[in-house]
Design a protein around this ligand. Sequence first.
Ligand SMILES: *[C@@H]1O[C@H](CO)[C@@H](O)[C@H](O)[C@H]1NC(C)=O
Ligand SMILES: *[C@@H]1O[C@H](CO)[C@@H](O)[C@H](O)[C@H]1NC(C)=O
Ligand SMILES: *[C@@H]1O[C@H](CO)[C@@H](O)[C@H](O)[C@H]1NC(C)=O
Ligand SMILES: *[C@@H]1O[C@H](CO)[C@@H](O)[C@H](O)[C@H]1NC(C)=O
Ligand SMILES: *[C@@H]1O[C@H](CO)[C@@H](O)[C@H](O)[C@H]1NC(C)=O
Ligand SMILES: *[C@@H]1O[C@H](CO)[C@@H](O)[C@H](O)[C@H]1NC(C)=O
Length: 483
Amino acid sequence: MESLLCRLLVMGATLAMAHACPKYCTCQNLSESLGTLCPAKGLLFVPPDIDRSTVELRLGGNYILRITQQDFANMTDLVDLTLSRNTIGYLQPFSFGDLETLRSLHLDNNRLTELGPDDLRGLVNLQHLILNNNQLGRVHDKALEDLAPALEDLDLSFNNLPSLPWASVRRMVNLHQLSLDHNLLDFIPEGTFSDLERLARLDLTSNRLRKLPPDTIFARAQDSPVLTTPYAPQLSLSLGGNPLHCNCEMLWLRRLERDDDLETCASPPTLKGRYFWYVREDEFTCTPPLITQHTHRILVLEGQTASLRCEASGDPAPAIHWISPDDRLLGNSSRTTLYPNGTLGIGITTSKDYGAFTCIAANVAGESTASVEVSIIQLPHLSNGTGQPAQPKSRLSDITGTSRVTKGAPKGQAPEKVVSVAEVTAESALVRWTVSATAPKVKMYQLQYNCSDDEVLIYRTPLHYAAMQEPQRGRNPREASIT
Ligand SMILES: *[C@@H]1O[C@H](CO)[C@@H](O)[C@H](O)[C@H]1NC(C)=O
Ligand SMILES: *[C@@H]1O[C@H](CO)[C@@H](O)[C@H](O)[C@H]1NC(C)=O
Ligand SMILES: *[C@@H]1O[C@H](CO)[C@@H](O)[C@H](O)[C@H]1NC(C)=O
Ligand SMILES: *[C@@H]1O[C@H](CO)[C@@H](O)[C@H](O)[C@H]1NC(C)=O
Ligand SMILES: *[C@@H]1O[C@H](CO)[C@@H](O)[C@H](O)[C@H]1NC(C)=O
Ligand SMILES: *[C@@H]1O[C@H](CO)[C@@H](O)[C@H](O)[C@H]1NC(C)=O
């Protein structure tokens, strides 16, 4: 009793000594560390006169709307910052930039809608980041960059997040607790948790996950404590309230020895609504791909677009790949687009596209292929001598008149005189050409050029023809580096 009184007296004395304490706040200078306490005082902004040497700052339960760079400037001793239960909707980038020693940041129950790349910049020693019950719909890929290595506790529950910067999560090697429940997450990349050896709690309840990628750390999420050590503790994994797709990809989870959770299967239809842990292992099946729709053959005028369709069924949904006639795996490029529905779009066809394209549908259960025959109707070429147009492989149309036109060039005139290029700049070139009077009637011209950005010749149809003999100017950023 005597010692308590004594302490109260001492405290009273130091409180009396404290100076520079903001109006409405209480300041404590206990054991040489200053605490500034301003909870639920009706504050509309962070008081500008807070002692910069404060170690603990409590601003919870106010009506603060925004955080600016001045608010916490120079608070290099701050360890604990509470901003819970305000109405914060905006964080100015670099507002926490001076808080190198901050260990704990509570921003829960606010109105944040997104975290920008520099909003949390500088928090290199932060251990607890509490952001639950905001309206976060987006966390920028770089937002958690600085704090990833030191972070121990990350709470992002009760937000609207469809995704996270998973590459940063992967680097949170000191993480103990990760609360991501009650969000809109629908995908977690494989390997995200592989290095999180200290993780003891992972809450993914009530999201939109159809599957969870297998990971070695989930071995610690079993009832048997065999695989756990003090360094790698038992993992509490919560996955209930997700629309789990119970196929062979989720068999690994079913094989874990645990039954503590309320997981149910949302699909396939035969397993809908079944309690996950009661579904037999042999019911977790996948089906190999079956190509259900595809283009069989297609005839395209050289330089025009082509769309090759390929659709497949299977469980899990197969990925579609395309192989060109010269055996290259195609991806998105300046000339080709691989749409999510499996269709391969070729923006500008060239004679190289002549032949059989192969569509491959693949999933974990197998693969299936289909062949698409592409015939290119080659057009007549006039050239200044660069490049050697291939002879047409298709004789399917009478538009194909290469030989006639080239032969139709006036006798005795050298071929390089037919087309000339001048005024070549980074973005444009002036193309001139002449057509012999004996040439067949021409409906359309295309310009073809070789650009260092692309591996093949590029075709452009110029927009205007002033007159047949008039110089034509083709403009397009693609012409940036005509070689
Ligand atoms: C808190 O106490 C320390 C040492 O006792 C002193 O140097 C400092 O000025 C005090 N701070 C305030 C705001 O009173
Ligand atoms: C922070 O410190 C710098 C340099 O000492 C000073 O110029 C600036 O005014 C300080 N800012 C605040 C908000 O105290
Ligand atoms: C290719 O581009 C399309 C359309 O822009 C896009 O939807 C698709 O995801 C891209 N595919 C890859 C593999 O990047
Ligand atoms: C596939 O998607 C592309 C781009 O959205 C679209 O143009 C094309 O018509 C689609 N193809 C099929 C077969 O649905
Ligand atoms: C064709 O035109 C290009 C661009 O001006 C030029 O670099 C090249 O030398 C020309 N070729 C011939 C054979 O004249
Ligand atoms: C186009 O240029 C590239 C590199 O500059 C070259 O490898 C290729 O053979 C050229 N293609 C034609 C048809 O001239």
